[in-house]
Design a protein around this ligand. Sequence first.
Ligand code: PLP
Length: 333
Amino acid sequence: MLAERMKSLAPSSTLAVQAKAKELRARGVNVISFGAGEPDFDTPERIKDAAIQAMRRGQTKYTEVGGIPELKAALCTKFQRDNDLHYEPSEVMVSVGGKHTLFNLFTATLDPGDEVLVPSPYWVSYPEQVKLVGGVPVAVTTDEATGFDLDLDRLRAAVTPHTKIVVVNSPNNPTGAIFSRTALEAIARLAIERDLLVVSDECYEPMTYEGRHFSIAQLGPEIKARTLIVNTCSKAYAMTGWRICVMPKGAFYVFPNVSGLFGRRAPAAGGVPAKTLSGSTDVTEFLLTDAKVAVVPGVDFGSDAHVRLSYATSAELIRQGLEGMAAALKLLS
Ligand code: PLP
């Protein structure tokens, strides 16, 4: 019953090895694992404590989709401090982890048939994710003899009219390479010349053993504007099992039919002109303006005759909200 696209997917060999090692350990076999791409020390106590405190304060609810403003501001500070890069909060996004960010990114940028240059050896998930969204991963070999630095001639030769993205992963998984400044400059020139996006996966930034990490986005505004930097807390802070925005299971919604209100006229209020209600979005706006009650238009869920009310709040607030709506409905002519 699986979708066709799933059939082309290779399972993650790193996770498979990890699972196998765990299984053997459970059977009493003393396996030393060099398989998993995760530090074997625990998440530092101060990070755990901060998370526990935040949960105790009630920070367990849905957040803004792209991340809470405080976190986005902290990420901008990090870019300025560590990378001399200035980003506005509107230019950064938080998602569930590096892997999820990459998936979102490929989903958002690739049309079927678009090609993605992936310097090889590569982290296992890039080609699979690209394939999953209908793109074509193009492996471009790097050589052991050069310390697996990017091979510019090969990259240049691999660009076709269908190429959309070049993936740069430095420090690199699995080779441990750090791409040279010369190679990054050449990639930047190529990307600008051929109108490519650069996905710069900098997950291993803090594990730079010689000198300071250098991001391709630091090579100037032109390349910064076409570079998407991906980063994560997983590796630097031993937080591989931590994922952001857990979805609650179960539901707490009512979905009343509001089409009986269509054709009724809402009075002008709070700068909003008088309006005849003709769909769930109008009803939502009316309820927000006149009843100060926020509901979601059903049209976004596939039915314009309904609105969605999420009632996971106190009985008192539910009562106040319903009274407010009842009073507002009387204003309709
Ligand atoms: N990018 C690279 C190069 C990785 O090696 C990994 C994890 O192994 C990730 C991204 C995924 O990071 P996360 O744990 O945040 O999903």
